[in-house]
Design a protein around this ligand. Structure first.
Ligand code: TXA
Ligand code: MG
Length: 353
């Protein structure tokens, strides 16, 4: 169903809400990525989400609400920090992890005693939740491990035939998922960086931690809190190599790798910033955005990975970004998607010696 993002058609929303109420699955747009929705309070409906996505059963879902007061019916306690954050960032890309109430079934939280809740800002999402009359559990609407969908056509490619409806509301504006913030820890802790940046949270909370598992390298040591952290994520079909570091050295190394891989018969795609794209020679080169516009890079990130797949790249070489603001989110997604990472920096190399 095509639905105008500004003034969603009530009739179409009613049809989609009817499917949710009957225990079906509806993919719908949010400002971050497309979600695959089901009635969050209906364990049977929620189980269909795991099945359609091929999602591991121990990875809990985010529950989406349309009004602040719905939070009380899902969460046992709403700490003072939550109130401040809600005031500042809802509706929007911030998910709060709180102690759950009994009504939230185990299927939704993968057996955890906590529930992750967010209020999206996308008008279609809000209309759908309101019309359904129930909170909607929704992970990203992709096959597990694939790049998240930022357009309805991405959902269709992954889930056609496995779900009941897709609402096409155009391209997602943020392009990366919400920030998942644990408010049940002694200090608020970011479990997944996302659309509300770490710096923004610091500005409001003062003290906030980044969970060590956010860095893929620490993850290997098995410190897991958000179960989603331990799985491979966001990965295109092609092998992804991520090259991080200071820009001139990175450009040189990316081209070196491209030449090597092309020499061994691989079709090589490069995901480049606007600033360096002209420096490269490869089979396909896609510009993900400008280094000066991380918002634009975030918006294009998953779509660009999917595009390079469609263009038939065997290997994708991606440049890293600075790890501040949305750059931290972009790099987090790339690190998790990459099967190989290199850190190129003259300075660090010297330090190690
Ligand atoms: O932007 C988003 O958050 C999108 C849109 C559709 O809202 N949804 C999304 O859902 O990204 P998903 O399932 O792809 O990611 C949910 C993340 C996972 O990393 C999961 O482990 C974590 O949230 N999570 C969910 N419930 C949790 C809980 N109770 N405790 C800790 N982490 C939780
Ligand atoms: Mg996901």
């Amino acid at each position: 169903m095509r639905v105008g993002p500004r003034r969603p058609s009530e009739r179409k929303i009613r049809v989609a809400a009817g499917i949710i109420r009957k225990g079906g699955l509806v993919a719908f747009p949010t400002e971050t990525v497309y979600g695959l929705g089901a009635n969050a309070l209906d364990a049977e409906a929620v189980n269909k989400i795991y099945e359609a996505k091929g999602r591991p059963l121990d990875n809990p879902l985010i529950v989406h609400i349309a009004r602040e007061d719905e939070l009380k019916s899902l969460a046992r306690e709403i700490p003072a920090e939550a109130e401040v954050l809600i005031e500042k960032f809802w509706p929007g890309p911030l998910t709060l992890v709180l102690r759950k109430r009994e009504v939230v079934p185990k299927a939704t939280t993968a057996g955890l005693g906590t529930v992750a809740v967010r209020m999206p800002s996308n008008k279609i999402a809000l209309a759908l939740i309101s019309a359904s009359g129930v909170p909607i559990a929704a992970p990203s609407a992709n096959i597990s491990e694939k790049p998240s969908p930022t357009k309805a056509e991405h959902v269709l490619r992954d889930l056609n035939g496995k779900i009941h409806a897709i609402i096409d509301g155009g391209a997602a504006t943020v392009g990366v998922e919400s920030t998942v913030l644990n408010l049940t820890a002694p200090v608020p802790t970011v479990l997944r960086p996302g659309g509300v940046t770490f710096e923004e949270l610091q500005g409001v909370l003062g003290e906030v931690k980044l969970h060590p598992a956010v860095d893929a390298e620490v993850e290997a040591e098995g410190k897991i809190l958000s179960p989603g952290m331990k799985y491979r994520h966001y990965a295109p079909e092609a092998e992804l190599i991520l090259v991080e570091g200071c820009s001139d050295a990175v450009i040189k190394r990316v081209q070196e790798l491209a030449d090597e891989l092309r020499g061994s018969g691989k079709k090589v795609g490069i995901m480049a910033s606007k600033e360096s794209a002209a420096e490269y020679e490869a089979d396909v080169i896609e510009v993900v955005g400008s280094r000066g516009d991380l918002t634009g890079v975030a918006r294009n990130l998953f779509g660009t990975l999917r595009k390079l797949d469609e263009e038939g790249a065997d290997v994708i070489i991606a440049e890293g970004f600075e790890t501040r603001d949305l750059g931290l989110v972009i790099v987090n997604r790339l690190r998790k998607a990459a099967s190989r990472r290199e850190q190129i920096s003259g300075f660090e190399a010297n330090e190690k010696e």
